[in-house]
Design a protein around this ligand. Structure first.
Ligand code: SF4
Length: 214
């Protein structure tokens, strides 16, 4: 894998509540250019302690799912979060905290150059695909990934335009939060979140394979 520069790292202190609650900043892990980038909401307790995204039970659930489809972390996919610091009590990050951290994510995206984003949970989905219930976004993308467009947060627009040029269209697949999958909860539709998540990951893996060989 390319040895990425570290210019997307920083010792940021923009969000006072998150600076107080974090143990450390959890930096993203790049994907190979043209590969898959998994984006979640924020680090949890395990991630905050270890300093890497998606390493708790929910993250391991996702890892196992991706491995089943031939996708291995570091080799095939990277991980990132909308905010890099753990909110206390695992609360949702505020709009202001999201806006504070998105320039970091935008810079990282431009450098990592993913072809596809796997958006995990409602916060990541809303930031990239716009407002609306998670299940509605998932239903819209049952058969093919979503082409990222003007629904994404304004702070991300310049980066998305650059990526559309660099990788010939940046696509995204929304999926449920991995904690709902790890604990085998049901979606409002009655279907298990795990089943919905598995279908979305399968679709992402198949499309990634398709665009790699085309
Ligand atoms: S969440 Fe992001 S913007 Fe806020 S303090 Fe952490 S690194 Fe900085």
């Amino acid at each position: 894998m390319k040895n990425y520069g570290m210019n997307w790292k920083n010792g940021c202190e923009k969000c006072p509540r998150l600076v107080a609650s974090r143990t450390q900043i959890v930096y993203p892990v790049p994907c190979p250019p043209g590969g898959l980038l998994v984006i979640g909401e924020a680090p949890g307790a395990d991630e905050d302690e270890i300093g890497e995204g998606f390493v708790g039970q929910a993250g391991r659930t996702l890892d196992a799912l991706l491995v089943r489809h031939g996708l291995e972390r570091n080799r095939d996919y990277g991980v990132a979060n909308i905010v890099r610091c753990r909110p206390e009590g695992n609360r949702k990050p505020t709009r202001e905290e999201v806006a504070n951290c998105l320039p970091h994510l935008a810079a990282f995206l431009v450098e990592a150059r993913p072809k596809m984003l796997l958006l995990v949970g409602s916060t990541a989905v809303e930031v990239f695909l716009g407002p609306g219930p998670l299940l509605w976004h998932i239903e819209r993308s049952r058969n093919s990934p979503v082409l990222l467009a003007k629904d994404a947060h304004p702070i991300l627009q310049p980066a998305i335009r650059r990526l559309h040029d660099a990788v010939a269209c940046l696509m995204a697949v929304p999926m449920p939060h991995t904690s709902g999958m790890a604990w085998n909860r049901k979606a409002p539709s009655g279907k298990k979140w795990r089943e919905i998540g598995e279908e979305q990951v399968l679709m992402a893996a198949e499309w990634l394979e398709l665009v790699r060989v085309s």
